[in-house]
Design a protein around this ligand. Structure first.
Ligand SMILES: Cc1ncc(COP(=O)(O)O)c(C=O)c1O
Length: 386
């Protein structure tokens, strides 16, 4: 007899943590491993952001705060959305969260009933598929095709819409492929959602991390007032993964209910971390610019290097910090190759299949590491196949 609640047998873990554990076990045996598995910038949190947290703690800003976030941070988010997306949401449209991830969970919990369907990208961020299963929603993954540079195709979405479709999840720039959707594609999907009265959840955590392409959001259509919920945060752009700070902007009714989920689960987002968030948004953006300059060089180096490995081919990702080479010509599946690379080359990356069945035949390299490590990793992988 099953002892736990049914949903607990459906919710899934994350491949990145599984491979990190494998790499750490090799390291405990004294082996050297080059790390490309975890999706976090290798830059420290900028000094001025850290200082504002120190000051907030010093001035005893350490108690409970509003469950939906402190007003000053919400005002900073209003300015940020106006600047980056071109519309100014009301304070009631904003919810501050401990990281971006709870925004995925809370949005799906707030909008989707058991049996209703969720359309989402495959390969995609593993939390989407996991929460779809947890809430017992209908699972409608859409395969991202390499010939479309891994961009979600609006007509593929249109084909999958049924009367049960409740939510479409978008993610651009995308994890794990680094793809960036065009303005036309995003607009078309927003239009399809409106025509079919479907909610759109747009995961925009990489909104500040683009190379040649520009960022677009479906939220401009309804200014996140009717059907669009956007997710953004501080983990990636400001190297704040461990601080846990993110936010959603969406229709007031949904945001209010998500605030109730906050009250019942986390009470509030850490008070002094929110002060640091204000500094991140309002302070100098120079550290972000510097980091993106470094990521561009690394992107170019890793794409060139991966394309030099026999039977690997790799597109040039347009955003985020992930490369997603095709390894089908090796004759091995993505887990076999990821294990081969870890155990024979001492390089830890992730199998594409950790991001859904659509990721089979690919690997994901997080290139948040030095050019020297990238060159070394490419050389070791080449040698391991020699
Ligand atoms: C697409 C995407 N959404 C959300 C998150 C979660 O961000 P956070 O660490 O702020 O919860 C990540 C982190 O890897 C991500 O890649």
């Amino acid at each position: 007899m099953k002892k736990l609640a049914n949903g607990m047998y459906r919710i899934l873990g994350e491949g990145a943590f599984e491979y990190l554990a494998k790499a750490q076990s090799l390291e405990r045996e004294g082996k050297k491993v080059l790390h490309f598995e975890i999706g976090q910038p290798d830059f420290p949190t900028p000094q001025h952001i850290k200082e504002s947290a120190y000051e907030a703690i010093e001035s005893n800003f350490t108690g409970y705060v509003s469950a939906t976030g402190i007003l000053e941070l919400k005002q900073a988010v209003q300015d940020e959305i106006e600047l980056s997306r071109g519309f100014r949401p009301s304070i009631e449209q904003i919810l501050i969260l401990p990281g971006a991830k709870p925004g995925i969970f809370f949005t799906m919990l707030s909008l989707v009933n058991q049996g209703e369907e969720i359309i989402y990208p495959d390969p995609g961020f593993p939390t989407y598929g996991s929460v779809v299963k947890y809430i017992g929603a209908g699972d409608v993954p859409i395969t991202l095709k390499e010939e479309n540079e891994f961009r979600l195709n609006p007509s593929d979405i249109e084909e999958k819409i049924t009367p049960k479709t409740k939510l479409i999840i978008l993610n651009s720039p995308q994890n794990p492929t680094g793809s960036v959707m065009t303005k036309e594609e995003i607009e078309k999907i927003a239009e399809i959602a409106e025509e079919n009265d479907i909610f759109v959840f747009s995961d925009e955590i990489y909104s500040k991390m683009l190379y040649e392409s520009t960022f677009h959001t479906p939220s401009v259509r309804d200014e996140a007032k009717d059907r669009t919920v956007i997710l953004d945060g501080f983990s990636k752009s400001y190297s704040m993964t461990g601080w846990r700070l993110g936010y959603v902007v969406g229709p007031e009714e949904i945001i209010e209910k998500m605030g109730t989920l906050m009250i019942n689960s986390l009470s509030c987002t850490t008070s002094f971390v929110q002060k640091a968030g204000i500094t991140a948004l309002k302070g100098t953006q120079e550290p972000l610019r510097e980091m993106m300059k470094a990521f561009l060089e690394r992107r170019n180096a890793i794409v060139k290097g991966l394309n030099e490995i026999p039977n690997f081919t790799c597109l040039s990702p347009q955003g985020a910090f992930y490369a997603f080479p095709n390894i089908t010509n090796t004759g091995m599946n993505s887990r076999e190759i990821a294990d081969h690379i870890l155990y024979k080359a001492g390089v830890c990356c992730l199998p594409g299949s950790a991001f859904g069945p659509g990721g089979e035949g690919y690997l994901r390299f997080s290139y948040a590491t030095s050019i020297a490590n990238i060159s070394q990793a490419v050389a070791q992988i080449k040698e391991s196949f020699g």
